[in-house]
Design a protein around this ligand. Structure first.
Ligand code: HEM
Ligand code: HEM
Length: 465
């Protein structure tokens, strides 16, 4: 750098102090502009130069994708710090966490941030999935980015699941025991897969070291590959969907503005507010830790982690083969295949596809909100006798029959709504998505808050009474 860019001839005391901290600040405007350009060109290696002004609206993205990214980084950072102290052996894991919390400076805080960020990530990534779906951002040319996103979501779920076991307390041990126990019902490969994941016939040292390796190496590496791929796809299609009112042509693109500062400032604000919130939350609320795992004493009720409670609730109503394999597998295939359906209209950028689509989604949400609790109650109190029918195998009475009933009811609802609204398949697919989504959420809420001892239905305030 040339000499004339240094300090003014006679800087005052404050200018001298400021200069000692930020040497660039007192340089001539011309040289400062040079530095700014240098910095901007660095940023522009991974941010676009210009972005359509409308895509900067909060009401398009809600900052959710950016939040997911920040949470992943928080998890990577705190996860690596936890690794310095954590010991993945059944006789040491629990004690290492106790010691981490008591003896290590900020040990408890680091664990709390890791715990709460992991839970927040599931919610944020799920909300991001919903915003992408409801703004039609999975339509061409973004189909494959939906697939990459859905895969990332699965990786996030498995990261949470494998992390759940690591503290090796009662909660962790029994939650993972029932989840890996569920694999038995997978036809054909279930038992083999169970043995492989558990690293032995039951949850033990093999499981802990498997989960530890998967949690701290394989899954983070997968995310670090998937995320740049996700962002690269966004750049390749020229940025995000441009929001537009229903009925307006998708060809119109408004003005573009420079990404620095318009986009960058927004991203930094979201990141700082989120990090500050996670920090404050983690200072107030401690990550739970039960008593040390005791393989001889199972708590009652034994529940899966909250994000799998919808599936555990289904287990109470369907034969395990259906609850754990047929239904989740179908849902997963449908989720991945969703962008490849031959849609009658490309509604990218329109919230809820169309005015009609919005009404249909509302009706579907209402139907699921009333229908699912009713179905749970009927099954709990009235259909008991069906399982006692002699000579008919339970996979028929408890599996095939209720599953067939589910398919018939959904199909009838579909046909009725399609006729009633004379809707395009874009609207009807959205309607079925909402129907299943709300039903699954009701199952999850029921499993988490309305099941007590022996997994019997009860009011949340009676649990433990
Ligand atoms: C680790 C998890 C994820 C991260 C870090 C992430 C990050 C992002 C970011 C930063 C954007 C830019 C716009 C925005 O913030 O909304 C975005 C867009 C997008 N994401 Fe994700 N995402 C993740 C998971 C998902 C999931 C679960 C899906 C769907 C199944 C998905 C599908 C998409 C699609 C299709 C776009 C383009 C949206 C548009 O053009 O408007 N992503 N993602
Ligand atoms: C998407 C990324 C990640 C998610 C969702 C996640 C999730 C979790 C969860 C839910 C726990 C249990 C926390 C508790 O209640 O105690 C945990 C523990 C742990 N995680 Fe992660 N994690 C992620 C990334 C990482 C990474 C990258 C590392 C290290 C390289 C790591 C290392 C650990 C360790 C050592 C523990 C045991 C300590 C403890 O349980 O407090 N994690 N993780």
């Amino acid at each position: 750098m040339p000499q004339q860019d240094e300090m003014p001839v006679r800087p005052n005391l404050f200018q001298r102090i400021r200069y000692s901290i930020f040497p660039g600040t007192l340089r001539t405007e011309k040289v400062r502009e040079g530095y700014r350009r240098l910095f901007n060109s660095l940023i522009l290696h991974f941010r676009p130069r210009n972005v359509p002004e409308e895509t900067l609206r909060w009401t398009l993205t809600w900052g959710l994708g950016g939040m997911a990214l920040v949470l992943v980084f928080l998890l990577l950072g705190t996860g690596v710090l936890l690794k310095f102290f954590y010991q993945p052996f059944p006789d040491k894991a629990y004690e290492s966490i106790l010691l981490l919390q008591k003896e290590v400076v900020f040990g408890r805080l680091i664990r709390n941030i890791h715990h709460w960020s992991a839970n927040a990530l599931i919610i944020v990534a799920f909300l991001h999935l919903l915003r992408v779906f409801f703004t039609g951002a999975f339509h061409a040319p973004r189909q494959f980015n939906w697939v990459i996103g859905a895969t990332s979501f699965l990786v996030i779920l498995f990261s949470n699941f494998t992390g759940y076991l690591l503290p090796w307390d009662q909660l962790a041990f029994w939650a993972i025991t029932i989840c890996t126990g569920m694999l038995e019902y997978m036809p054909g490969i279930g038992l083999w897969l169970q043995g492989l994941i558990q690293g032995g016939p039951e949850v033990g040292p093999g499981t802990l070291s498997n989960f530890y390796a998967i949690h701290t190496a394989i899954l983070p590496a997968s995310l670090l590959i998937l995320m740049p791929f996700h962002f690269w796809r966004i750049r390749k299609v020229g940025g995000l969907v441009v929001p537009r009112p229903a009925g307006q042509d998708s060809g119109q693109r408004g003005t573009s503005v420079p990404a620095i500062p318009n986009l960058l400032v927004r991203e930094i604000v979201v990141a700082l507010v989120l990090i500050a919130s996670m920090l404050v939350f983690s200072m107030i609320f401690n990550a739970p830790l039960g008593s040390k795992a005791n393989p001889g004493l199972s708590p009652n009720p034994t529940k899966a982690p909250w994000y799998f409670m919808g599936i555990q609730e289904m287990l109470l109503h369907f034969h395990p083969g259906f609850a754990l394999f047929v239904i989740p597998a179908l849902m997963l295939v449908a989720l991945i295949a969703l962008p490849y359906i031959d849609y009658q209209a490309n509604t990218a950028g329109v919230w809820f596809a169309s005015v009609k689509g919005r009404k249909m989604a509302f009706v579907a949400a209402l139907a699921a909100l009333i229908g699912t609790p009713l179905a749970i109650l009927v099954d709990e109190y009235l259909v008991e006798f069906a399982t006692r029918l002699p000579a008919v195998p339970t996979w028929v009475t408890n599996g095939l029959l209720p599953f067939a009933l589910l398919v018939v009811v959904t199909a009838a609802f579909y046909i009725f709504m399609k006729r009633q609204y004379k809707a395009s398949n874009t609207d009807t697919v959205q309607m079925v998505f909402v129907l299943l989504l709300v039903a699954f959420l009701v199952l999850t809420v029921t499993g988490i808050w309305f099941r007590g001892t022996g997994m019997k239905l009860m009011w949340p305030w009676n649990i433990g009474a």
